[in-house]
Design a protein around this ligand. Structure first.
Ligand SMILES: [Cu+2]
Ligand SMILES: [Zn+2]
Length: 201
């Protein structure tokens, strides 16, 4: 019977994998090298990057960021200075507009193209713009080193951030509780960076 033959198949293949693990790994790595080798020029062209400059509400430059698209998501690196020590909420917001005179309300709500609720721990969440909290050290410096599997620099992806009105990365005064809609009780918006696509070749 088909089902009887099919069922042991997975067991057999599992055994085979254990039995000839070295052979399999060898094949996999060979394949990986071949795939990587053939697509390297394409990867170099398509590897998206973006940058931004953080402003505080007084309009002073307080930091910068770089976004780098990779297979595992978008790597977010950068620094923000002059931030009270402790945990702070940080999110991508829907509009690429950082107007300090509005307390950065100009950046709109969290980036949320899928219509979910706020928070990485919210069963009805998260917003695609939600991120883990970041920490400012005793000198008041935040070092950004995060990866988001939710946003994308690649057009056509669900989390593509370069929609018509752009996107901003916003740092808050308070920690993000990761569940309270719509912004995790993270308080005032204290720094904001408009995300700009890197168009250099
Ligand atoms: Cu926010
Ligand atoms: Zn959110």
């Amino acid at each position: 019977m088909g089902s009887l033959e099919r069922q042991p198949e997975s067991i057999v293949s599992r055994q085979a994998l254990t039995y000839s693990k070295d052979t399999h790994m060898h094949k996999f790595s060979l394949a990986a090298v071949l795939i990587l080798g053939s697509s390297l020029p394409v990867l170099a062209q398509d590897a998206g990057t973006a940058t931004g400059t953080f402003m505080n509400a007084d309009g002073m430059e307080v930091g910068n960021l770089t976004l780098t698209q990779s297979d595992g998501g978008v790597l977010i690196t950068g620094t923000i200075a002059g931030v009270a020590p402790g945990q702070h909420g940080i999110h991508f917001h829907q509009i690429g507009d950082c107007d300090g005179t509005t307390g950065f309300e100009s950046a709109g709500p969290h980036f949320n193209p899928t219509g979910h609720k706020h928070g990485l721990e919210n069963p009805e969440g998260p917003h695609l713009g939600d991120l883990p909290t970041v920490e400012s050290n005793d000198e008041g410096n935040v070092t950004l080193d995060l990866t988001s599997g939710q946003i994308s620099l690649t057009e056509g992806d669900e989390g593509y951030i370069f929609d018509e009105d752009g996107t901003a990365l916003v740092l808050h005064a308070d920690p993000d509780d990761q569940i309270t809609d719509p912004s995790g009780n993270s308080g005032d918006r204290i720094a904001c960076a408009v995300i700009e696509a890197d168009t250099s070749p």
